[in-house]
Design a protein around this ligand. Structure first.
Ligand code: AMP
Ligand code: GLY
Length: 433
């Protein structure tokens, strides 16, 4: 079969690496394309210049190249309905429809769905009026949680410590700092607890658990400094005990999938639930309609199954014939190496040399790289590399990942030195007992 993967980040490099091992691509005639891809993805797929925003061009490419499966990595083309256009052409697509992708595309949509389905989440007010939003602040008190409704490249959430700062942030949202994403807002009750992510594959009827992960969103060691897309992640997340995973499935994932199907917008693809583990049990923070980045990188390191076959089964509503997803019983941990300046203005063009980083089984996924005219590898984004390793536990995976980081020469880059600290601390505490 011919496969097209859309995207260009570390998540897509991990998907490309795993898809390249699929039986779907094992025939001499099978072709694997990626658009636009990156130098890491180019080791597995033929990278082509295609704009995922141009639905007609993607459909035409699929037609000419007899593409049997399209895998959509990032959220923007999903929220924009690319999946619907391609399905309309009879192509199998991994990723939800435009209607179902509202789970990520509209925070208000998800909160209303939680209310209809009785899914545990923070109390909220959804409004497009600044006056009503300002009044809603007093309903929940400090700290204030304000969210722009639409996609805002991960920047649409403000947690304000004081009412004055919250009111100021609301004024900014309504005056367009997040573009169209902020013309409607959600004000939420603040939830306390530890955060974890849970992933599930679904074709709208069958649900397969895809494991848990935890990431580090702040740029600095000790979880300090501004928010980023994620500076590192690990999987599994033992805080998500088997009992909690069961509760998440039963109280959050199953009712979401069922309600969307009952309401005529069945969800197909990967459902990524951001959770707060509160004293009252797990509650939904938000949904994403795609794999997390960098959570995907650690999940792919652990996946023992054929990713292509799983994605095709999802796309073709045949997940009921698949056995439970098998993940290695090891910990995978990834450290993001970012360009100096990230998450502000990252320095572009810095030279990168891998050295012997991959010698001991570590895997370096390309997130924001390009090749210079002379073939040398250069930084071309904020998050540049995802240095990923497997170990018997988080402590071992962390040591291996940082050994690989040390082997990389990337003078204009930096990384956090403490990815996985919560889990490593818990493991150290257990070892001392
Ligand atoms: P997001 O950018 O949507 O992933 O949200 C950013 C972060 O804001 C989340 O990872 C949480 O740390 C925090 N957050 C969002 N909603 C709440 C809430 N209701 N209570 C506490 N923290 C929240
Ligand atoms: N790492 C969080 C995300 O992909 O949204």
């Amino acid at each position: 079969m011919n496969i097209l993967l859309l995207g260009s980040g570390g998540r897509e490099h991990a998907l490309a690496w795993k898809l390249a091992q699929s039986r779907l691509l094992s025939g001499a005639e099978d072709k694997f394309f990626a658009a636009p891809g990156n130098p890491g993805i180019a080791e597995h797929a033929e990278c082509v210049a295609l704009d995922a925003g141009d639905h007609a061009a993607v459909a035409a490419f699929c037609d000419v190249n007899r593409i049997g499966l399209v895998v959509i990595g990032p959220e923007a083309p999903l929220v924009d309905g690319l999946g619907d256009t391609l399905r309309g052409e009879g192509i199998s697509v991994f990723g939800p429809s435009k209607a179902a992708a509202q789970l990520e595309g509209s925070k208000g949509f998800t909160k209303d769905l939680c209310e209809r389905a009785g899914i545990p989440t923070a109390g909220y007010v959804r409004t497009s009026s600044l006056a009503e939003a300002t009044n809603a602040l007093d309903k929940f008190g400090a700290p204030y949680v304000l969210k722009a409704d639409g996609l805002a490249a991960g920047k649409g959430v403000v947690i304000a410590p004081t009412r004055a700062k919250a009111a100021e942030a609301l004024t900014g949202m309504f005056s367009g700092v997040f573009g169209g994403a902020g013309t409607e807002v959600v004000i939420e009750e603040f939830m306390e607890g530890e955060e974890a992510s849970f992933f599930a594959l679904t074709d709208g009827a069958t649900i397969l658990s895809f494991g848990g992960a935890q990431d580090h969103k702040r740029v600095g060691d000790g979880d300090t400094g501004p928010n980023t897309g994620g500076m590192g992640a690990y999987s599994p997340a033992p805080v998500l005990t088997p009992m909690l995973r069961g509760e998440v499935l039963e109280k959050i994932i199953v009712p979401t999938v069922k309600t969307l199907a009952d309401e005529g917008m069945p969800y197909s693809g990967v459902l990524f639930a951001g959770l707060m583990l509160t004293e009252e049990g797990p509650k939904l923070i938000e949904y994403n309609c795609r794999f997390g980045d960098p959570e995907c990188q650690v999940l792919m390191m652990r996946l023992e199954d054929d990713l292509g076959e799983l994605m095709l089964a999802c796309a073709d509503s045949k997940l009921s014939s698949c056995p439970p997803v098998k993940l290695r019983n090891e910990t995978a941990l990834t450290v993001v190496m970012a360009a100096n300046g990230y998450p502000g203005t990252p320095e572009k063009g810095g030279a990168i040399e891998f050295g012997e980083a991959e010698e001991d089984g570590a895997k370096v996924f390309h997130a924001g790289t390009s090749r210079g005219q002379d073939g040398t590898l250069r930084a071309s984004g904020g998050r540049v590399l995802n240095v990923t390793a497997l170990g018997a536990n988080a402590t071992e995976a962390q040591a291996k990942a940082y050994a690989a980081v040390d082997a990389i020469d990337f003078p204009s880059g930096f990384c956090r030195k403490d990815i996985g600290w919560r889990e490593v601390e818990r493991e150290t505490g257990r070892a001392k007992q």
